[in-house]
Design a protein around this ligand. Structure first.
Ligand code: MN
Length: 257
């Protein structure tokens, strides 16, 4: 893979580069978010490893900028955030701004490699690419992030209506997730249950199975009143949403509403 690395700490940079190059990856090193954005203008990369705390432009801002740009192209480069162990809130914040995953620092090789593996399944090519998309591997069927045909059936083939509900869902996503985090922070299990239920229903209408399932698990957990593991499920739900949104955008472009 061609991997863009943004990391201000020279030791961490050296470590990550060596680790990745040993496994045959090509690494483009940059030292802050701004350098990373510049590099992305002329480099086509398969993955971005983004440190969170950096001078000039931090990881949050850089991830936000990358995702904003992708909203126009329909592309989705997997981003793994590198988060400091002590900064627990950073992890949720990374996912909130559009990272697909995070790896805590100091980096442990197995954790980084596991995240790389997960990220391989995430890449969505821009619809404009000339090469035909590769056939899905038969032994590893991709989970249905968004089943457009099923979704169209639900609205009796009304593409305009589907486009409209996609737009509503997309527009409400981040405020719903903010509300879920607030409910979790204040220990309000009933509210958390209701919010998860809303996302479950909305995503089920879109035939977005992975998001719907994650929301359902969170809803069940909240209804039990025990929020001990809810934080992890909120992260999982956010990850699935982050996979779904580019898929919605790209599929909607492809079927040319
Ligand atoms: Mn740093």
């Amino acid at each position: 893979m061609k991997i863009l690395l943004a990391e201000d700490n020279a030791v961490n940079r050296k470590l990550a580069i060596t680790l990745l190059e040993k496994r045959g990856h090509t690494v483009i090193p940059t030292e802050n978010g701004q350098e990373a954005l510049v590099a992305l203008e002329h480099e086509n990369v398969d993955l971005i490893l983004m440190d969170v705390q950096m001078p000039v432009m931090d990881g949050f801002e850089a991830i936000r900028a990358i995702r904003a740009k992708e909203r126009c192209t329909g592309a989705h480069i997997p981003i793994i955030a590198l988060t400091a162990h002590a900064m627990k809130g950073d992890r949720e914040k990374c996912l909130g701004v559009g990272a697909d995953d995070y790896v805590p620092k100091p980096i442990r090789t197995p954790e980084l490699l596991a995240a790389l593996d997960r990220s391989r399944k995430l890449r969505v090519d821009a619809p404009s690419t000339t090469s035909p998309s590769p056939a899905p591997s038969p032994k590893e069927p991709a989970p249905t992030v968004f089943d457009v045909n099923d979704a169209l059936n639900r609205v009796e083939g009304d593409r305009e209506l589907l486009e409209e509900i996609v737009r509503i869902f997309t527009g409400e996503c981040s405020s719903n997730m903010d509300a879920i985090r607030q409910a979790f922070a204040s220990g309000d299990a009933r509210l958390l249950e209701r919010l998860a239920h809303t996302i479950k229903g909305a995503s089920a209408n879109l035939s977005a199975a992975t998001v719907s399932e994650a929301a359902f698990k969170l809803e069940k957990l909240a209804s039990s009143g025990n929020l001990e593991n809810a934080g992890e499920w909120i992260d999982t739900l956010q990850r699935e949403i982050n996979r779904l949104l580019p898929e919605l955008a790209s599929v909607c472009q492809k079927v040319a509403f």
